[in-house]
Design a protein around this ligand. Structure first.
Ligand code: URP
Ligand code: ZN
Ligand code: ZN
Length: 455
């Protein structure tokens, strides 16, 4: 054996039990007791939880956006991931007019390969069908391991939006290819209408970012995406859901048997739109924005009932000076916040304080994203899976500060948040990459995960 983690409480989506884990060549080879320790590194996890590494199914690393590039490179973002117990990230390369899918993803893979500190996969954002050629590439993309495509129903001026006909074509073709369509749902016309009016009236603070894209802006587009998924019988994954009305429509469609998955993010579970009234409100600007208390309550309820499938971060940080571009005009604030290092600790801390079970956190942050997105080697502590393992100390308190994070950004919306319990070690394929506050992995160690489609 290479590694034995013993005496810890192993947490799966359905049970928690004390056992030892034996790892060889990066894989879990046995779970039980009484393994020979000869030649193995032995870690005593008594009193600790032993969890599958989290999968952050939504990051934007080194993403050109908002007139700049998001502040975490593949190196910094995956280093931070490792230190927060995330062992696989899913990034979102952006296909642009004239480019192919594999060309787009390959370019990002070339950037990521030498830098990645944890394993990684890609969803591909589709912004233009290139006269239909893109649709013909879906099958090859699935064979390449990209089994999910993303459509933005928003960011029209940025040239990222697709119209409904394009969305439907993508959803149909994705279904045929054994892939799934991820959707960012907000209504761009309503946003533009609101923005025009606010700017005319001199209403320019971050609060008007929220008011230009309030609950109904997201709800309309959520419902539209759900409508198309139902009408054509195609699978749909709604990213970063933040509003009650849209959430309820998606849940109703799921209950009717439609293949719809719902993702939300820790920022929507922790903050409400009130943050945009703060002096530093611009730092919280992301799209969709945090919503009112009713929506937050609905999200937590849906987590408890099982209606929400995944929690991911939408990690897309920008530096303070970039956020400051919008000090006097919210439309100039680059959209996005940090989160990859906070996802698992935040959700586990919520479990530690009784808000949900540890088993449910494992399901939301690891097992479900692995299943939905075809990461067959990941997502659980089971014999034969990759030894992506987090050791979690339920008694270690931790206060988040930009100074104890491992990203390249210079501020965090999570500053001052106190967590009860914290990861103490992260293993990626049996290799220790994070140890008690320190990143000890190697850039380039992370591997591309070739995913498996549903056909
Ligand atoms: O504000 C956000 N969410 N920025 C990243 C791009 C996106 O919409 O996911
Ligand atoms: Zn988005
Ligand atoms: Zn995003």
């Amino acid at each position: 054996m290479d590694l034995i983690i013993k005496n810890g409480t192993i947490v799966t989506p359905s049970e928690s039990y004390v056992a030892d884990i034996a790892v060889k060549n990066g894989e879990i080879v046995a779970i039980g007791t009484g393994f020979s320790e000869e030649g193995a590194q032995v870690v005593d996890a008594k009193g600790k939880l032993v969890l599958p590494g989290a999968i952050d199914a939504h990051t934007h690393l080194a993403m050109p956006f908002g007139g700049t590039v998001s502040a975490d490179s593949y190196l910094a973002g995956t280093r931070a991931a490792a230190c927060g117990g995330v062992t696989t990230v899913f990034d979102y390369p952006m296909q642009r007019k004239g480019s192919g899918i594999i060309e787009t993803v390959q370019a990002r893979k070339d950037m990521c390969d030498p830098e990645a500190c944890v394993d990684y996969a890609f969803h591909c954002c589709i912004t233009d069908l290139n006269g239909g050629a893109i649709l013909e590439e879906f099958k090859a993309a699935v064979d390449y391991g990209v089994t999910s495509f993303k459509c933005f129903l928003v960011y029209k001026k940025e040239g990222m939006m697709v119209d409904d006909a394009t969305l439907v074509k993508i959803m149909l073709k994705a279904k045929e290819a054994g892939a799934i369509t991820n959707v960012h749902a907000e209504n761009p016309d309503l946003i533009d209408l609101n923005i025009q009016q606010f700017i005319k009236d001199g209403k320019t603070s971050a609060w008007y970012h929220y008011l230009s894209r309030p609950e109904y802006v997201e709800a309309e587009a959520d419902k539209r995406a759900v409508h198309w998924a139902k009408s054509i019988g195609a699978p749909l994954y709604l990213v970063h859901m933040a509003d009650k009305e849209g959430l309820e429509a998606a849940i109703a469609a799921k209950m009717d048997g439609n293949e719809i998955y719902i993702e939300t993010c820790p920022q929507y579970l922790e903050f409400t739109c009130d943050v945009y009234k703060r002096e530093d409100g611009r730092n919280f600007v992301c799209s969709p924005p945090m919503k009112g208390q009713e929506s937050q309550d609905a999200l937590w309820k849906a987590i408890k009932t099982g209606a929400i499938d995944t929690i991911a971060t939408d990690h897309c940080p920008f530096q303070s000076y970039e956020k400051d571009w919008g000090k006097d005009d919210f439309t100039k604030i680059p959209n996005g916040c940090a989160g990859v290092e906070n996802l698992y600790p935040y959700m586990l801390s919520a479990a530690n304080s009784g808000k949900l079970s540890f088993n449910r956190v494992v399901e939301l942050c690891s097992s479900n994203p692995a299943k939905i997105f075809g990461c067959i080697q990941k997502g659980s502590i089971t014999v034969g899976k990759d030894a992506d393992i987090v050791i979690y100390d339920p008694n270690k308190d931790f206060t988040i500060s930009v100074d104890n994070m491992h990203s390249d950004y210079d501020h965090t919306i999570w500053e001052g948040k106190t967590l009860h319990g914290y990861p103490v070690q992260t293993y990626v394929r049996g290799n220790l990459v994070y140890n008690n506050g320190d990143f000890i992995g190697k850039p380039g160690f992370g591997q591309y995960i070739k995913r498996v489609g549903s056909k």
